[in-house]
Design a binder for this molecule. Structure first.
Ligand SMILES: Nc1ncnc2c1ncn2[C@@H]1O[C@H](COP(=O)(O)OP(=O)(O)OP(=O)(O)O)[C@@H](O)[C@H]1O
Ligand SMILES: [Mg+2]
Length: 1034
């Protein structure tokens, strides 16, 4: 392998005769390119037609290519280097690289050169330091006046490692240019030996099976479609009260947005129609790795949507829209075979546009390799609970607020799943809990069944542990990837799935054997069915046939031996590679290398290794995998015997016991003798190929002939093995739909078992779901805080929550550190868990379906985006007041704390008023503004609750985390301050000031009781602000 690499490297030193001036684009037909609006944005330019003019030694050739004929994008005219007739620009390799760099100007180009991938020119300058690679400079042509060219590379097997840095860490688009051997006629025409063509563009959202992909998470690519016309209209029709200078979707005109997203690694394809106000939350839920937007959004007038997305840290790629708008029918060729009949009527125009743009993009990134996506699934907003962007963050569902880590998040504490795809399903469900009572109850039934039958659960879990990520494995095959290992893993998973099915069947028949007791609750009767329902969804007949075929064909021992050898070679190679690359070695360079780092001879000739080099062959296929393979193996065995006989006869004939027939890299097929045998052999074979003091090698024509035949046979075995492998790959693709469906059932089982384990370990109970807008939670707990306290040996105090007809809003006061924020969050989490289909941390829970969860908690500013602490607070509050419905659940934690107490109280009151009268949502509202409790006295359905501090006579104190009805006006802030370590002098001073302040307010407060003076001011303030706003709007 290495010799080839080195040879390839030396191809840079080319003679003048080999040089040609390759294709240069005609500027006339090029698409104009747009400047990038944002530094992070990248722009793949996709033109539907372009014209290529190729020029060689004065001869001109014009080729017009249709988009489908070529696999490359448009060329940037501006970047084209000036032509110089006097000296040819670059040797073929570099010229091909240069062309590819121009054609894929939005990408980092890595070019395969033998066993290495190389970066050249400015890409080497820019990325070698970031990739920690050595960079060297070299003249393109010997004696050229042109400046030396930078180059830098890494061994091909490390592609994944460097892709990770480029794509995942630096969010770059990487064009992978592979090397193709030109056929003899092409070479004869003076073309170079190799053509280098970009075969794929890898972007953060288009990963397929890269090792650095997170197996526990989906890797989504999302396309957003918004009608750009709406933004034009906005100039005349001002529909939103907010200022357009603030980047919030609320300040954009209300319009429908189409979303379409896919995970290329699993084939998931989803769409959703949403409203612009819900866009950030929908995107936060999907958590895409990359977003594709129409390039019109780079323009000034339309760029606000971009800044909103970028504010949330999303990677955006702009794409020229396809010239013909795509219809749903255009999706079909990208889908798996069974879904030609999916219901096309359901999708909205903007979903279709988003889907079209997405598939258009994917097609260009994969450059012709076909996708077989699953049937598109519509994410119907009405079918799912929407957790707004801030709640997703504030409730720490997938990561913690403080440092964004997975540890400490809700997902982390729930994750009892044992498979990767099961974990992905868990994350999906948790981010979009269900709104369907029957779906939730079905999920809960399965969990309950798994709790009631622990043996069943244990059996299923231990079987699931033996499965592999078949969803991603099968998808790999659809891209023509997937090797013998993947086949083995798939076949094992199919066999294990069959064991799981048998376990479920046994359980179902056991359950059915017990006669139905009609006095039993209807729910119990229903639950008996859940396993049989699941069992019926498996489709195993053909997959099992496939598994048998794979088992019959692949030699597992051979495969692991093959890997051992591969690993060995790889580690030797990697030791060597950096040294070689550091020198950008050509063959001459290598000779000058110190002996110690010169490649070992057997490594150099690795790829030319003869099959008869004395080592035993390693075969990844069993010898009877096909009749041809069996025949070839038999032939080879017979030849082996002939060789052994030949060796024996030669030894006898010449009396040379040490004689061996072998193959060496330098001498090919030879006979080799040692010691005294050397002289004996000379009598029979006088011509020597090489000799030393004690050895001699010579040619035996019969052996040369037989050796060549053996090599030929081994080569045929390899080819036949590849053919059989290809057949198996095809068989996997044929079973794609069934395999994916089976995988989906396994995921559901995994999640159900996980929830069952969780419920048992953490003492969760089954919630009762209803359609009523009410909540009754008795003894509720916060699952994550409880676990945290448990680790310190502390107990969590459970609390009830009863929201609904009688009291729709609970206004909560109490000391600092008494557990208000915890309480707010735990109740939102209990709703989310229940609708996800999990048991919940409470003694009893009756939960009315919640359509949207909203949170306004913690204070965070976003100075970079020109948003102060209070502005962020108001943006989040605005979202809630505009979006919450009577079926929503809102938690508001200390709204108004980012400003003066008076303003804060005013805003807090207005929020309560709006939530109570307009939104009518179930609300938990925590505050330190005690006046609010007085000001809302006339809100009939608002209840005041609080927690307390118990003070001991010796000055010690403790928190009562239990909520009670009433108001607590003491914040005991100084106690917390002291515990936090504020200097005693500061505490003493604060205490003094507090006393004075209290004295002062008592005096005035008596006169203006019940906070009514404040309420009056609030009303004035509201009117004042309204006037100001009207003035602004005018
Ligand atoms: N129900 C509970 N049982 C036991 N400990 C609790 C409970 N609730 C909260 N705690 C503990 O108290 C700490 C503070 O809780 P939390 O932040 O909810 O208080 P808070 O009332 O919101 O305070 P502040 O007014 O300062 O925001 C938590 O980190 C947790 O350790
Ligand atoms: Mg708090």
């Amino acid at each position: 392998m290495l010799l080839k690499d080195i040879r390839n490297l030396t191809r840079l030193k080319l003679s003048r005769r080999q040089i040609h001036i390759p294709a240069t684009p005609s500027p006339l037909f090029l698409e104009p390119t747009r400047a990038f609006a944002k530094p992070r944005a990248v722009q793949p330019l996709i033109s539907s037609r372009w014209l290529q003019t190729s020029q060689r030694r004065g001869a001109k050739k014009k080729v017009t290519l249709a988009l489908n004929d070529i696999q490359q994008g448009a060329i940037e005219t501006v970047a084209l280097p000036p032509q110089d007739d006097a000296e040819p620009r670059y040797p073929p390799l570099l010229q091909q690289v240069r062309n590819n760099m121009l054609k894929f100007s939005h990408c980092v180009l890595v070019t395969r050169v033998g066993g290495f991938y190389e970066l050249y020119f400015e890409h080497a300058d820019e990325f070698a330091p970031l990739l920690n690679l050595k960079k060297s400079k070299r003249k393109a042509l010997r004696g050229s006046k042109r400046p030396a060219i930078s180059m830098s590379g890494f061994p091909a097997y490390q592609l994944d490692r460097y892709l990770k840095i480029l794509v995942q860490d630096l969010n770059k688009h990487v064009a992978i240019s592979d090397e193709f051997l030109n056929d003899a006629p092409t070479k004869a025409k003076g073309e170079p030996q190799y053509t280098r063509r970009v075969t794929r563009i890898v972007t953060p959202g288009t990963l397929i099976d890269e090792h650095f992909m997170d197996p526990w998470e989906n890797n989504y690519l999302l396309s957003i479609h918004v009608d750009p016309e709406v933004f034009k209209k906005e100039k005349t029709v001002k529909e939103s009260p907010g200022s357009s200078s603030v980047s919030s979707v609320l300040n954009l005109p209300r319009t429908e947005v189409g979303l379409a997203w896919i995970d290329l690694s699993s084939g998931d394809f989803l769409t959703q129609s949403t409203d612009i106000a819900s866009l950030p939350s929908a995107v936060a839920r999907i958590k895409p790795r990359e977003i594709v937007l129409d390039s019109i959004f780079q323009e000034q007038d339309h760029s606000r949507i971009v800044s909103i997305m970028q504010e949330d840290g999303h990677v955006i790629t702009f794409q020229e829209p396809s010239q013909e708008p795509l219809t749903v029918k255009d999706w079909i060729p990208m889908l798996e075979d069974a879904v030609y009949d999916f219901d096309t009527a359901n999708f909205t125009a903007s979903e279709i546009a988003a889907g079209g743009s997405l598939l258009h993009y994917v097609k260009h990134q994969l450059l012709g390799s076909r996708t077989r996506l699953q049937a598109p699934v519509r994410h119907q907003p009405g079918e799912h609970m929407s957790i707004d962007k801030n709640s997703l963050k504030a409730l720490e569902i997938r990561s913690t607020i403080r440092d964004g880590t997975y540890e400490g998040s809700l997902l982390h504490s729930l994750k009892k799943t044992v498979t990767k795809s099961g974990t992905r399903l868990l994350t999906q469900r948790l981010s979009a809990p269900s709104m369907s009572l029957s779906t939730i109850n079905d999920r809960l039934d399965l969990v309950e069944e798994m709790i009631q039958y622990p043996q069943l659960r244990q059996d299923i879990v231990s079987l699931l542990e033996q499965t592999f990520d078949s969803l991603r494995i099968v998808t790999k095959f659809t891209y023509g990837r997937g090797d013998a290992d993947d086949l083995m893993e798939l076949s094992k998973t199919i066999a294990t799935t069959s064991d799981i099915l048998n376990t479920l069947r046994q359980h179902a028949s056991l359950r059915n054997a017990i006669p139905i007791d009609y006095t039993m609750a209807a729910s119990e009767t229903q639950r008996r069915q859940c396993i049989s329902t699941l069992e019926r969804r498996f489709n195993l007949a053909q997959p099992l046939e496939l598994a048998h075929r794979i088992e019959h064909a692949i030699d597992e021992e051979g495969l692991s031996e093959y890997h051992r050898i591969e690993d060995e070679a790889e580690s030797e190679m990697s030791d060597l590679a950096q040294d070689v690359l550091g020198r950008e070695a050509g063959e001459e360079d290598l000779k000058e290398m110190p002996k110690r780092i010169q490649p070992k001879p057997h490594m150099i000739v690795g790829s030319f290794k003869s099959a008869t080099d004395g080592r035993d062959d390693v075969h990844i296929m069993k010898r009877d995998a096909s009749t041809t393979l069996e025949r070839l193996h038999n032939t080879l065995d017979a030849m082996g015997e002939t060789k052994a006989n030949m060796e024996r006869e030669l030894r006898q004939k010449m009396g040379t016991e040490s004689l061996v027939l072998k193959w060496t890299p330098n001498l090919a097929h030879i006979a080799h003798v040692k010691g005294k045998d050397a002289a004996r052999a000379t009598a029979h074979y006088p011509r020597s190929l090489s000799s030393s003091k004690s050895t001699r090698s010579f040619q035996v024509p019969e052996w040369t002939q037989l050796g060549a035949q053996m090599d030929e046979t081994r080569f045929r075995i390899r080819t036949e093995e590849q053919r059989v492998l290809g057949e198996l790959r095809e068989a996997v693709v044929r079973n794609l739909v069934k395999l994916r469906r089976n995988a989906a059932v396994l995921d559901e089982l995994d999640v159900a078992c996980a929830f069952a384990i969780l419920a048992v370990e953490k003492n969760f109970i089954r919630p009762i779901l209803s359609a009523e807008p009410s909540h009754t939670i008795v003894g509720g707990r916060h699952p994550v805080v409880e676990a945290g306290l448990g680790e310190q040996g502390r107990k969590f105090a459970p609390n009830d929550c009863q929201l609904g007809d009688k009291e729709r809003i609970w206004l909560i006061t109490g000391p600092n550190m008494a557990g208000k924020s915890t309480y707010l969050r735990q109740n939102a989490l209990i709703s989310i868990l229940a609708q996800t289909g999990s048991f919940v941390p409470a003694e009893y829970a009756e939960i009315g379906l919640v359509d949207k969860v909203f949170s306004r908690v913690g204070s965070a500013d976003n100075l970079y985006q020109d948003q102060s602490t209070f502005m962020v607070e108001m943006l989040e509050t605005a979202q809630i007041l505009k979006e919450a419905t009577p079926r929503s659940f809102v938690i508001m934690d200390e709204v108004g704390r980012g400003t003066t107490p008076e303003d804060g109280i005013a805003v807090g009151y207005a929020c309560l008023h709006h939530l109570y009268h307009v939104n009518q949502s179930r609300t938990l509202f925590a505050t330190h503004f005690h006046a609010l409790t007085e000001m809302t006295k006339d809100f009939e359905k608002l209840g005041c609750y609080c927690n307390d501090v118990v003070e001991e006579p010796d000055g010690k104190f403790s928190y009562v985390h239990r909520l009670r009805k009433g108001v607590n006006r003491e914040s005991h802030a100084l106690k917390v301050a002291r515990v936090a370590g504020l200097p005693e002098e500061a505490i003493a001073l604060a205490a003094k000031v507090l006393k004075q302040l209290k004295g002062a307010t008592n005096g005035t407060a008596k006169a203006s009781t019940n906070g009514t003076h404040l309420k009056g001011r609030v009303d004035n303030a509201t009117i004042h602000t309204q006037r100001q706003k009207q003035a602004m709007d005018a």
